[in-house]
Design a protein around this ligand. Structure first.
Ligand code: AMP
Ligand code: MG
Length: 542
């Protein structure tokens, strides 16, 4: 028998293909389970399902196999949707092909009965409102001839990019992701009184100099008991106190001889981490919008929060264009160069845990359109490197229009990075990035970063910060605002910036050390050491 089982985050098409409707099958029975508009008498907008997918698939297969021994069928297709399923949408589809309808109905009914009780798919909760749609807000198209300043492009991105939808991920995969719901302490922390030292627990009111050791408590033990005057319990750091009204005398303040311990020094410190002293049950410990750092994750692990609601990662397609570019591990022929932008983009996105699909294509608009169309349906962000300017062979603008994108920005007044395109199609955002590597670095760190941060929905990035020049910056009276590669560090409590050498947006060597971009105002001639400047950190230093 053919069994196909799928657990998916995507919508189940209501006209799911009638799989395995072969001539041998006399019957095809289908079941579509839709989310109803109420739960426990309350109106709802959606249900959230969660699954332990590998186990759920295994269990469903086992049930189908078991049932088909009694009700022989030819094929079964099961699709279960998880995540947030709005009212009216299908949470489950089951199709059964059989020789006889009775077997198909019996298997279908038997499966539905067992699904709820045996399969690890949980109806996690009902939602009174649907979460706002992620992606992009609609915006009016630009007048393409009009260049935008860097500030205008950033403001546009801030206005249109919204956080993507949340998803639940295991603790182990949550580093760097943005939490979307506040998380509370499910119980007091610590959950019981614990000794903070190695020592001897005695009654607080028992001031004897010598005690009889009646038991030993190691971390992990649970041995409640009522200590009597003159009695002590040896206890390890982290061990659960056996009762109330106790004090732990540090091992260093006591001398033990066999089953007797003499206290040599005693003060008022009880050496106990009391139940709830760190946090009370119900207290919010991590706010929505927090980017999950190692420390936060450690805290959440201690609370048993193992599946965290975080913003899903954007699906990114990156296309490097140009007849001249070859892979970094190839030897360029005369006239060719190695593609450095694809590596830059991959590393840039990798730091945000995003793994883009990457393509390298020649300067052929039709070929590019075909290559992009394929995986495009699932793309939130399309990055096209090269071909963004106005040369005869620069086709990014035409390509995006051909693909149905609305052009929002067609060039900027900033340098490097004048040929920048920003475009939108539904919930997909596209950037046409100038091929020159330094311009690429600037556009990624200014604009693409702003879009990614808005998609993630965390705290707003610091954006431009104030710093002080550590050396001369010869800006040369350039009439355009310039983003100058630099190296920044903290010195004497302030950010100091050393401008790096570059003369063309095609220069790469400054990228070896650049960790900042200094915003040099249009028309600036020469900025002296000590001058106040604005900068964007491309790498955060501790
Ligand atoms: P374009 O934006 O296509 O006009 O390219 C501008 C400059 O960037 C040209 O010198 C290209 O050779 C160079 N370039 C384009 N794509 C890449 C790439 N992926 N890696 C390195 N340089 C590139
Ligand atoms: Mg090109």
């Amino acid at each position: 028998m053919d069994i196909t089982i799928q657990i998916t985050n995507a919508a189940i098409a209501q006209n799911t293909p009638a799989v395995a409707r072969s001539g041998a099958a006399g019957a095809w029975a289908e079941f579509l389970g839709l989310v109803r508009g109420e739960e426990n008498g309350q109106p709802i907008a959606a249900l959230e399902y969660e699954a332990y997918s590998p186990m759920a698939v295994r269990e469903m297969r086992r049930i189908v196999e078991e049932l088909s021994a009694r009700h022989p069928c030819l094929a079964v297709t099961i699709i279960h949707r998880i995540g947030i399923v709005p009212v009216g949408a299908a949470a489950i589809f089951i199709g059964v092909a059989a020789k006889h309808r009775a077997a198909a109905f019996a298997l279908l009914a038997g499966f539905m009965d067992r699904l709820k009780q045996d399969v690890p798919i949980w109806k996690r909760r009902a939602l009174a409102e649907l979460p706002p749609p992620g992606g992009l807000a609609p915006v009016a198209p630009a007048t393409p001839a009009q260049p935008a300043s860097a500030g205008e492009v950033l403001a546009l991105l801030e206005r249109i990019c919204r956080p993507l939808e949340p998803e639940r991920v295991p603790l182990a995969d949550a580093a760097g992701r943005v939490l979307r719901e506040p998380l509370c302490a499910p119980e007091d922390q610590p959950p019981f009184d614990r000794s903070s030292v190695d020592g001897y627990a005695v009654r607080l009111d028992d001031m004897a100099a010598q005690f009889r050791i009646v038991d030993e408590i190691r971390a992990g033990d649970w041995k409640p008991c009522q200590l009597q005057p003159g009695e002590a319990v040896r206890i390890a750091t982290g061990g659960a106190l056996p009762g109330d009204g106790l004090q732990v005398v540090m091992r260093e303040d006591a001398e033990r001889e066999g089953a007797v311990v003499s206290v040599t020094r005693r003060n008022r410190n009880r050496h106990i981490r009391f139940r709830g002293e760190d946090a009370r049950a119900g207290q919010i410990l991590v706010d929505a919008g927090t980017a999950l750092q190692p420390g936060t994750l450690g805290l959440l692990a201690s609370l048993g929060c193992v599946r965290l609601p975080v913003t899903r990662l954007p699906r990114v397609l990156h296309v490097a264009t140009g007849n001249e570019i070859v892979a970094p591990d190839e030897s360029p022929r005369p006239g060719q160069i190695r593609d450095s932008n694809s590596t830059l983009v991959r590393a840039f996105l990798g730091r945000r845990h995003i793994a883009p699909v990457q393509l390298r294509i020649p300067e052929d608009e039709a070929a590019a359109a075909t290559a992009i169309r394929n995986p495009q349906s699932a793309v939130d962000l399309l990055l096209i490197s090269g071909g963004a300017s106005v040369g005869e062979h620069d086709f990014t603008l035409r390509l995006l229009v051909r693909l149905g994108f609305t052009i929002l920005v067609s060039k900027t007044t900033a340098r490097p990075g004048k040929p920048l395109i920003v475009a939108q199609r539904g919930n997909a955002l596209a950037f046409g990035l100038p091929g020159n590597p330094l311009a690429h670095f600037v556009c990624l760190n200014l604009y693409v970063r702003a879009a990614l941060e808005a998609f993630a929905g965390g705290e707003a990035c610091p954006g431009f910060q104030a710093g002080v020049l550590a050396a001369d910056l010869a800006a040369g009276g350039e009439p355009r605002e310039t983003f100058w590669p630099a190296r920044w560090k903290f010195t004497g409590g302030r950010a100091t910036l050393t401008p790096l050498r570059w003369s063309s947006s095609g220069d790469l060597t400054s990228l070896a050390t650049a960790n900042a971009l200094i915003r040099v105002p249009a028309g600036a001639e020469r900025l002296q050491p000590g001058a106040q400047v604005e900068f964007v950190a491309t790498e955060i230093m501790a």
